[in-house]
Write a protein that binds this ligand. Sequence first.
Ligand SMILES: [Zn+2]
Length: 315
Amino acid sequence: MEKKLIAGHELKPGKNITDHVHVEGTELHVPHVLICGKNEGPTVLITAGIHNAEYVGIQAAIELSNEFEPDDINGNIIIVPLANRSGFENRTMSTVYEDGKNLNRVFPGNADGSEADRLAHMLFEIFIKNADAYIDLHSGDGYENLIPYAYYLGESPVAETSKKMIDCVNTEYYVRSCCRTGGAYNIASVHGIPSVLIERGELGLYSRAEIEADKADVRNILTFLGVLPGKYHTYPKQALCEHSDDAPFTGCWYPEKKAGEHFKKGEKLGEIRDYFGRSLFTEFAPEDGIMIHQCSSLNIIQNGPMVTYGVPIED
Ligand SMILES: [Zn+2]
C-alpha cells in the first residue's frame, strides 16, 4: 500500500487518529480525524465548518468521525469537522475571526498572508492535495434561508467523477458551477480532485433530520467511491445554473420569496429600505428561476449576499 503522510501521521491500515494541526504563523489549531481502513482504497477528505455558523455539516462530520471503523473501510477517510474554529469559538457568522475574511473565497490560500489565507493554504497543502476525492459540507449561513442542493465544477479534468458524486446526493437540485476560483471544492476540482459541496440547513439552526441526511449523503458517496462496502443509490435531480445578486445598499431587507420558490421574470424578489422605512432599492427577477438561498435577516449589507437563484439547465 502507498504510504501517505497527513499532518505528520503516517496512514497505516487500522489506525484511527484524532489530532490538531497548527497553522504556521497563527494561533489557529484545526481538529482532524484520520481513519485508515484495513484494506487498500482511495483517500477521501470530508470538511465542514469552512463557514463556522453552518452547523448541520459540522455536527454531521463530528458524528461520522465517531462512526467509521477501520475494519469497514477501504482506503482512508480524513475528516476536518470544524475548519474555521476561531470563527466558531467567537461566533462570527461566516468569517475567520482574526482577519474578517471569508475562508471560502481565499483558496488555495497564501502561506505569507493573514490568518484566513494561511488557514486555506494549510487546508489545501496538507489535506486537499492528498485526497483522491473531496466532500465539503455547508449550509445557509446564520442570516440565510436555503433549500438543500449540491455543487460541482462543470469544467474541470474531473467533472465526470464529480458529477457521479453529485448523483449520490439526495436533493432535488444541483448547481453545475462555472466558478474556478476561491472556493475549496472549486480549487480542488481544478487540481484534479473530484469534489462536491453539499448545502443543507439554514439560519444558524440544525435538526436531527438534516444531520442524518448529510450523513446519508456522505456515506452514499463513500460507497460509490468504494471506500464503504455495499450498493450506492443515485438520485435524479434538476441541474441549475446559479446567479447571485449582491445588495447595492446597506439597510433593512424585505424578501418576497422563500427558498425553493419558483418565480417568473419581472416578479419582485425583495426590497431594501432605510431606517425611516423609505425604499432604497427593489430587486426584480431578471429571468425565470428558483430561489436557492437568500438573505433573510432584517439587516442587509452593501456588496454582501442578497439573492441567489437557479435557472434550470440541461447538464
Ligand atoms: Zn458555506
